[in-house]
Design a protein around this ligand. Structure first.
Ligand code: ANZ
Ligand code: ZN
Length: 815
């Protein structure tokens, strides 16, 4: 008999249509069932479309969502578009197509591609952050923050990207480069809007403990918040009334201070610089302002101010320098220089031959010439009465002494700054604020939201510190909501990251219009049960969304304080050449081409199987073909019946059924813990055994009985072929997508114990109990570790160990 060929294209089209027509992915709420909110980070729709790299995010989450549905959960699995902000607008600018035109085009393409691989999103829940019905509420949140004193306007030096022509938040500058375009950023002083995220620094830090997140992402958040517990130490300026306060986390090194440094922009500088040093200092400050942020941070240059400070404990005079490695906005903007124990201070001191005084003794004190700063712990030396203490104890003791003298106070500092949210750009939600000559800053009343983004032909950033909206009189000129007089609108737009700080609350009821979200639905669905996305969001998005969640919780809007208790982050897919996929390298692989050649099921299985979920991988066509062959093998096994042979074997039947139950157990626990690769290999092992079984015994009742259970395990990973075989080979009528997830029988997964005699030189000395899959190595080491056996082989050299599987172990010794 000839069987029809496995034809993924035909099958996949057929089932997609049927699923679509029957609204298979529609969300159902059943209050009697547990719920699972499975969420992918919503993307900004780029013109490049999805690559197979994006699929490594969406496919595994989809498997999880489908699995939860089969387990009987109410599942919410939505998708939307983070379409406001720099990424979308920069692309529009580059292609010279208006963002209102380009965004719908790109979202449609993303959606088509997601459907191509059958991600089970409920499209009736789709949200788009550029929809006025959505950003009305983004603006509403701005007003909430404003009312709570968490949104404020301030003038301060900021990062400015001259390519993107906008101010950026600190989180959006990496090593002095713009997060979006990679351009070197510069400083600009402007009046801007901020969210007071620093008010939540400790909450954001402490609550990390509750999160089931990848360790490296927790660490990045922790480092970004950067809590430092230290001391502000006062140094009186010699012959002056001025006092310099230096923030230090190492009070133990106080006796090692050989200079003080202040930043070039410190306000005290003008008051302490001596007349003869004025030209040198002025020249230095001028040079400093010309440098890029990277140059400033890596520089170890400086200039002496001519003034000195008095050491609070020794009374010695310490020169005060200006140097650009001191960050003006951190701590007090003053650093006590301890070159022996801080590497930046060390390099600086070497440049200017400033003395280096060691106060913490390194473990191997034999070399006297320090070639670098010693930053480790140790015993105190050269430190007056504190000499001999451990540096930790000295830290305590010196702090106490300084505090008694009134020369220091403890202080906690954070690396994190407030979140700057003004963008001098067109493509965002307008900040809902009005400026009135009589009333000052006036928030737009809630019933006047949204402040609609007007359509403008020329949306290009101006390069001036104002957004293109400033050039539209109809938008700018308004009346004051408070006094009715003439007023001006704020013309900056909100950072796109504001839109993504609450979108997960909108999905449960995207059309709700009495508030930003439907409280009842949010109570049911939130927090998100599993959140999946790339590590590039480790700081920005995840920090901002956690912050808003805490604000909303404090405002009594929601009941939880963490939006994403469980986060998983996928590995990157590299091109065939092992380097990052990029259009310029021409090594981008799209799901379209893979699906066209081998089908969506092969693509899905490949992305799951190729490596552990969180590991980076290089694309391999052979890998996809391997999965395609595996699917063909399943096809043949189930479609091509072989008449049962005469030789039935009960042991073989039992072994097959037991393997199935073990596979159920393994796949269930693997999907739950995002170990998709081993889940797939469990399926391949079962199919290998089943095919072998069929070759020997034919398509017996026992074999047939394993098929439905196996197909259910396969269904979340390769839904199309599973559905096809479910209906066409097994004559089922309901969709496999809604079938009940199989459960394993505990009796069936028990490993049989075998009693194995262990002989030493031909005489049985002990009986070992082992399970069926114990390897030779394991059996040998079990035998050799056994107390009785150890006695018999003591002092003898072992010549050989023979293991006859499941029968006997025989140890032979020399002499
Ligand atoms: C003396 C000292 C000795 C320091 C030593 C370190 C090691 P974190 O942990 O990041 O908070 N510092 C303080 N303010 C600074 C500023 N505005 N710009 C640059 N550096 C600054 O770092 C705290 C340490 O960073 C402080 O402790 C200070 O140097 C430096 F063996 O004080 B330390
Ligand atoms: Zn930029």
């Amino acid at each position: 008999m000839t069987i029809e060929k496995y034809d993924p294209k035909m099958i996949e089209l057929k089932w997609k249509k049927i699923w679509d027509d029957s609204h298979l992915y529609r969300t159902h709420i059943d209050p009697d069932k547990p719920k699972a909110y499975c969420l992918d980070m919503f993307p900004y729709p780029s013109g490049n479309g999805l690559s197979v790299g994006h699929c490594r995010n969406y496919i595994p989450t989809d498997v999880y969502a489908r699995f939860k549905k089969m387990q009987g959960y109410s599942v919410l699995h939505p998708m939307g578009w983070d379409a406001f902000g720099l990424p979308a607008e920069n692309e529009a600018l580059k292609k010279k197509i208006h963002p209102t035109v380009i965004v719908p085009k790109h979202t449609a393409n993303y959606k088509r591609q997601m459907n191509l691989v059958s991600i089970s999103y409920d499209w009736e829940k789709e949200v788009n952050s550029t929809n006025p019905k959505y950003y009305k509420w983004t603006q509403w949140f701005f007003l909430l923050l404003y009312k709570k004193g968490l949104a404020y306007r301030a003038r301060a030096p900021q990062w400015w990207c001259s390519t993107c022509k906008t101010i950026l938040a600190n989180e959006q500058v990496e090593n002095g480069l713009c997060w979006r375009c990679g351009n070197t950023v510069e400083q600009k002083e402007l009046e801007q809007w901020y969210f007071r995220i620093t008010a939540y620094a400790d909450a954001l830090l402490n609550d990390l403990d509750q999160l089931d997140w990848p360790e490296h992402i927790l660490t990045m958040q922790k480092n970004w918040i950067g809590r430092s517990d230290g001391l502000d130490i006062s140094f009186k300026v010699f012959n002056s009334d001025e006092v310099l306060k230096a923030f230090t986390t190492r009070p133990d090194t106080l006796f090692g201070v050989t200079f003080l440094v202040i930043g070039p922009e410190h306000p005290i500088l003008d008051r302490i610089v001596t007349p003869e040093q004025i030209p040198a200092v002025k020249g230095y400050v001028k040079d400093f302002l010309r440098k890029s942020a990277i140059e400033q941070a890596s520089s170890r240059t400086g200039v002496y101010t001519g003034s000195n400070a008095i050491h609070p404990l020794t009374g010695q005079l310490i020169p005060i320098w200006v140097a650009d490695y001191v960050v003006q906005s951190y701590g007090t903007g003053v650093v006590m220089g301890v070159p022996a124990h801080d590497s930046r201070d060390f390099e600086f001191a070497q440049n200017y031959t400033i003395p280096i005084k060691m106060v913490v003794e390194p473990p191997d004190e034999n070399d006297d010439d320090l070639i670098s700063a010693y930053v480790g712990p140790g015993k105190m030396i050269n430190s007056g009465k504190f000499t001999g203490l451990s540096n930790l104890d000295a830290s305590e003791a010196i702090s106490r002494e300084l505090r008694d003298l009134g020369s220091a106070e403890p202080n906690v500092r954070y690396r994190m700054r407030d979140w700057l949210i003004s963008r001098q750009r067109y493509w965002g939600a307008p900040i809902p604020i009005v400026y009135c000559n009589n009333c000052g800053v006036v928030p737009v009343p809630e019933d006047q939201l949204p402040v609609a983004l007007p359509y403008v032909e020329h949306y290009e950033p101006t390069g001036s510190p104002e957004s293109p909206l400033a050039g539209i009189p109809d938008f700018v000129n308004t009346i004051c909501p408070s006094c009715g007089g003439a007023a001006r609108r704020e013309t900056d737009t909100l950072d796109g990251f504001a839109c993504s700080s609450w979108y997960f609350l909108r999905f449960p009821d995207r059309d709700y219009d009495k508030g930003p979200f439907n409280p009842e639905m949010v109570d049911y669905w939130l927090p998100v049960d599993v959140y999946v996305g790339g590590a590039e969001h480790a700081v920005m998005h995840l920090l901002y969304a956690r912050f808003w969640t805490k604000v909303m919780n404090d405002a009594g809007l929601i009941k939880f304080r963490e939006p994403f208790p469980k986060l998983r982050s996928q590995g990157v897919v590299m091109g065939r050449d092992g380097s990052r996929m990029s259009k310029s390298k021409g090594n981008v692989i799209t799901p379209d081409e893979v699906v066209d050649e081998h089908g969506a099921d092969s693509l899905r299985l490949y992305e799951l199987f190729v490596a552990p979920f969180d590991k980076d991988i290089a694309w391999s066509d052979e890998g996809v073909i391997g999965m395609y062959r595996f699917l063909k093998q399943i096809w043949k096994l189930m479609k091509d019946d072989a008449a049962p042979t005469e030789n039935r074997d009960e042991t073989a039947d039992k072994a097959l059924v037991s393997q199935l139950h073990k596979a159920i157990r393994k796949v269930t626990t693997d999907i739950e813990s995002f170990k998709f690769n081993t889940a797939v290999s469990t399926l391949t092992e079962f199919i290998n055994s089943a095919s072998k079984y069929k070759n020997t015994f034919g398509t017996t009742d026992t074999l047939l009985a394993t098929f439905p259970e196996f197909l259910k395990l396969l269904a979340p990973m390769a839904p199309h072929i599973a559905e096809e075989l479910w209906h066409e080979a097994l004559q089922m009528t309901e969709s496999i997508t809604t079938a009940a997830w199989p459960v394993w029988d505990p009796e069936m997964v028990k490993d049989k114990e075998f009693q194995i005699p262990v002989q030493v030189n031909g005489k049985t000395r002990v009986i070992l109990e082992i399970s069926e899959d114990t390897t030779k190595e394991e059996v040998s080491s079990l035998a050799l570790a056994n107390d009785v056996i150890r006695k018999w082989i003591e002092g003898k050299e072992i010549k050989s160990i023979i293991y006859v599987p499941l029968k006997i172990v025989s140890i032979v010794t020399k002499n």
